[in-house]
Design a protein around this ligand. Structure first.
Ligand code: DAH
Length: 351
């Protein structure tokens, strides 16, 4: 048999061996035997020199073609084996139950806030926002609560240090206020009423959900930070009847149809007349109470309109502020406000 006749069977054998290599190590070894630097095909190349001028080109061509074919067989077997090596050794048992990923959910306070916002949106209220770090002007003075007003005591909060040290002044006098704009953590969302009215002409129909701060010690019903929703409605000929109807509508949406609302006279410096809103339903009765106080409200004080540049002879309005925790506690029958902030998943995942 001549040299040329040897090539085809050798190639067949080589290809069969490459294709049958059981793993990557065996494949590398087979590669060495056939097409590596010391492999049989390399040796054949070297033997070309012994051939006659006539035989040489055809033989060279055949060997090269065989090498190309074997390289391809090598590459495809390598790919197969690499894939096999990457698979798990044990076959997968598709009948095993899947591993569930724990799904997060919204905090109960967020859920209640979203529901309140949804109820107000249905009747045309827009959501407004304001800073948690406020100044005394927006938090108190513009709401008709000057520095020496006793209402400030019940709304004591956290003050931020100022450069000139005026934050340590025992009582804010108008003179001190003029030179230093003391920063504080807002005690209520009512400050946003001022910001909104100063930024747009009437009419206004907004709600403001947000976090507020008080210098209170935490107990079952108090926490130094909590959440409120403020509402403000300014237009011509607005009445207490509108206020009551609106509050009733929203509470029915939130808590069901057996809800009853009661307005009790109260005092707030930025409304006149002012009321506290009491709430009752089956749950309140079950708690052994007749009514629970849930909000403050009233008709916007003419002085507040003067301050923001609205004409109190033309415009009327009402405002209210609810505590969101209060509503959430009523809705879910929770008896300790601190549970909302502990972030214990066992508590949170119930809602
Ligand atoms: N800002 C009051 C508070 O934090 C709640 C409140 C009362 C808001 C009367 C109002 C209002 O807008 O008119 O206790």
């Amino acid at each position: 048999m001549g040299f040329l006749d040897d090539i085809e069977p050798l190639k067949q054998t080589a290809r069969a061996e490459l294709t049958a290599a059981p793993d990557l190590a065996a494949l590398e070894q087979t590669k060495g035997t056939w097409i590596g630097p010391n492999g049989k095909f390399t040796a054949l190349m070297k033997q070309l020199g012994t051939l006659s001028k006539e035989e040489k080109p055809a033989a060279g061509k055949l060997i090269n073609a065989a090498k190309v074919e074997l390289e391809a067989a090598l590459a495809s077997r390598r790919e197969e084996l690499e894939l096999k090596a990457a698979l798990p050794k044990e076959p997968t048992d598709f009948t095993l139950p899947g591993r569930r990923r724990a799904l997060g959910k919204l905090h109960p306070l967020t859920q209640v806030t979203d529901d309140i916002v949804r109820a107000f949106r249905k009747i045309g209220f827009a959501v407004a926002d304001g800073p948690e770090i406020e100044d005394e002007y927006h938090c108190f003075d513009a709401l008709n609560t000057p520095a020496d007003h006793p209402a400030r005591d019940s709304q004591d909060t956290f003050y931020l240090a100022t450069k000139n040290g005026a934050d340590t002044a025992p009582l804010q006098t108008p003179a001190v206020a003029a030179v230093c704009d003391r920063r504080l953590l807002r005690t209520h969302t009512s400050s946003v009423q001022i910001r909104v009215m100063k930024s747009q002409p009437p009419p206004v129909r907004i709600i403001v959900p947000g976090r507020v701060y008080r210098r209170d010690n935490a107990d079952a019903t108090h926490n130094p930070t909590f959440h409120q929703i403020e509402g403000l409605y300014v237009d011509k000929n607005v009445t207490v009847g509108d206020l009551k109807g609106t509050v009733e509508f929203v509470f029915r949406e939130l808590m069901g149809d057996d809800v009853k609302i009661r307005f009790r006279p109260h005092y707030f410096s930025y409304t006149e007349p002012s009321y506290e809103i009491d709430f009752t339903n089956a749950l309140v009765k079950k708690m052994g109470k007749d009514w629970l106080e849930i909000a403050g409200c009233g008709m916007v004080h003419p002085q507040v309109f003067e301050t923001v540049g609205y004409d109190p002879e033309v415009w009327t309005g009402w405002a209210f502020g609810f505590g969101i925790e209060r509503i959430a506690m009523l809705r879910y029958g929770i008896n300790d406000i601190r549970l909302f902030y502990e972030n214990d998943v066992r508590f949170l995942k119930q809602f």
